[in-house]
Design a protein around this ligand. Structure first.
Ligand SMILES: CC[C@@H](C(=O)O)C(=O)SCCNC(=O)CCNC(=O)[C@H](O)C(C)(C)COP(=O)(O)OP(=O)(O)OC[C@H]1O[C@@H](n2cnc3c(N)ncnc32)[C@H](O)[C@@H]1OP(=O)(O)O
Ligand code: CO
Length: 134
């Protein structure tokens, strides 16, 4: 069901510093900051030859990454995103197998303009999973 690794997301305490580090120290292709108010985050995407890194910083009072950054003030890997062909079929199959789909269970439009869903980290070995329909 899952396909390519679309991105690995890292929550960071200082978005500008992290973007500068990836651009100037690691020599990566770093995009501009993008506010995603529907998701409560500001993101910066870094293009690698085989996947992307998504730097995440909280946006607004209800950011879903606020508690994570409080627990991990230096930042840390927050989620991984797998591509799927049919997100509704994937969701229904996962729910039938007992996995918890976060939010109201309906896909939201993600940072790439495609539908996304999140799966509870406690159901996947402590790793928050995002699914993106491609
Ligand atoms: C920009 C759009 C999109 C894209 O297109 O790429 C994005 O990536 S948006 C990214 C941000 N959005 C989300 O993360 C949405 C889904 N996430 C959530 O709903 C919440 O973050 C969460 C997973 C429900 C956790 O919320 P939190 O407030 O931290 O809840 P708890 O404090 O109750 O934590 C419960 C439990 O889970 C552990 N936890 C929390 N986050 C993670 C994580 N990222 N990875 C692994 N484990 C995590 C947390 O430590 C708690 O464990 P215990 O202490 O053992 O109970
Ligand atoms: Co993501």
């Amino acid at each position: 069901m899952i396909g390519r690794l679309n991105h690995v997301a890292i929550a960071v305490p200082d978005l500008e510093a992290a973007a500068t580090q990836y651009r100037d120290i690691l020599g990566a292709k770093v995009g501009d900051p993008q506010d995603e108010p529907d998701h409560g985050v500001t993101v910066v995407f870094i293009e690698l030859p085989n996947t992307k890194i998504e730097l995440l910083y909280p946006l607004g009072e209800e950011s879903p990454i606020a508690a994570f950054l409080e627990r991990n003030p230096a930042g840390g890997i927050h989620h991984i995103c797998y591509e799927v062909d049919d997100i509704i079929a994937a969701r229904d199959r996962l729910k039938a197998q007992g996995a918890r789909v976060l939010g109201n269970g309906e896909p939201k439009i993600g940072a790439h303009g495609k539908p996304v869903l999140f799966l509870h980290p406690k159901d996947f070995n402590g790793c928050l999973i995002e699914l993106e329909q491609v």
